[in-house]
Every structure is written in structure tokens, then in C-alpha cells.
Design a protein around this ligand. Sequence first.
Ligand SMILES: [Fe+2]
Ligand SMILES: [Fe+2]
Length: 268
Amino acid sequence: MHTCLLFSDLHITAPGETIIGLDPADRFAGALDQALTTHPEARHLLILGDLTHTGHPEEYARLRTLLADCPLPVTATLGNHDNRAAYFAAFPEAAQDGDGFAQAALDIGPCRVLLLDTLDESGAHPLHAGYLCDTRLDWLSARLAEAPDRPTLVAMHHPPVRTGFDGMDRIRLVNDTALMALLNDHPQVRQLVCGHVHRAISGNRAGLAWSILKSPCHQMPMLLGAEGSGHSTDDPGGYGIALLTPDTMILHAEDVAPARPVAHSSHS
Ligand SMILES: [Fe+2]
Ligand SMILES: [Fe+2]
């Protein structure tokens, strides 16, 4: 069994800037510390986009500092709050697919993890929605074709599925049908994992299981049907733990514990 830590939606800001009163850097640092302490067996850290809040170089520089002491290999992809050029300028050694996108194929034990870059900077689709152009889909198709026997986890920022949050559903992956058709042609794909919604959600589309991760920072409140994409609450942050085995992929969703122990009374 091989363990990967899964984070999404860090939304790192410049020093002193907060989101609904929360410091995203503090929240990520605390969550990562908890995850590393709890899972010393982890082999890899995957981060599924919205690395920063505005895509500014100062934010990527701050993220680089936050990851400097991480003992695990880190592979990241991008979300709608990112800027691809600023990301690669700050992380020139970061994984990319040869066409300039933050996509990667990782063989971990007997399994394969494919990270897809759904950031759309074309301006051709709704602002903040995700898109996989033909170049990125062709890369995915080749990575799937070359390893048909490796149980595969596909990770990306924008979900290719609806969640019931109407405003967020409007900015899901635009070409979700094309992606699902490709994935459904490859039975080794066992599981999808995404971010973007800032809430732990799971489901199934056309036989393929999917999960969405919490953010370590701000969360989506339970407002099913709500329009807009700016709803946030300061519920506990969270992250995921993937346990990869040849016949099963297990995804845990873990909340970040409060910084101070919660006082409670004794009933003895
Ligand atoms: Fe986000
Ligand atoms: Fe997002």
C-alpha cells in the first residue's frame, strides 16, 4: 500500500492578506504539518491547484518558502486562481508535460497518478471555468495508452461533474463529456480526485468514482442550488490521503484539528 497526501485550494496570499479572516499560509502550514506527522509513510504530496489566490509572483514565492522543508516529492497542478507563467517562473523545476502545461504521470508502486492541468487562460470560456484543450487531452490519451495495466488515479482542479452547487457547477470543467468519454475507454482508470469546490464530496459518473477535497483554508457552506462562486465559511480545513493498492484505491478526507485542544468536561 502506497500513501499519497492530497491537498487542493491553498489560495496562498501575500503576507498580511487574509480570506474571510483566515491566513491561507498559516492554514496550509498547519494542515501540512498535521498530515506529515500523521502519515510518516507517505510517499508523495500532490497539490491540485488554486495554489495561490491571485496568481501573483509574490504568492508563489511564499508557497515556495512554505514547501521548502517538505520531506516529500511535491507535484502540483493549477486551478482558476493560478497564473501558469508565474507558477513556472517560481518553480522552474516543476513537473510539466512538454507542452508547457502542469501535467504529470507518476508511477507509484503498481499504480499510476495522472495530474491534469485544467487552468483555462484562453478567455474563450466562462471566467474561472476549467478546460482541457486537445493538446492536454492528447497527452492524457498517450499516458493512458502506454500503461493499460496500471490502476490509475486521475487528479485535477476542476471537477468534470456536477455537485448540486449551481454556481460552482457552471464553472466546472467545460468539456467534461470529452474527458469522461476518454477515461471511460480506459478501464484502468479507477478514481478521479478534484478540488475547486472547497468541500468534501464524492459520487460516481458513468461508473467512475470521483471525490472532491476540502481546502485547508476556507470552505463551501451547505448551500445546495446557490448561484455564484463566492460563498465561503471558516469550517475546519481539510486534506486527503490516498492509499494506492493494486486492487483498491482508498481516499480518506481528514479535517485539520484546532490549534488548541478543545476543552471538555468529564462525565466520570
Ligand atoms: Fe479554490
Ligand atoms: Fe478553483
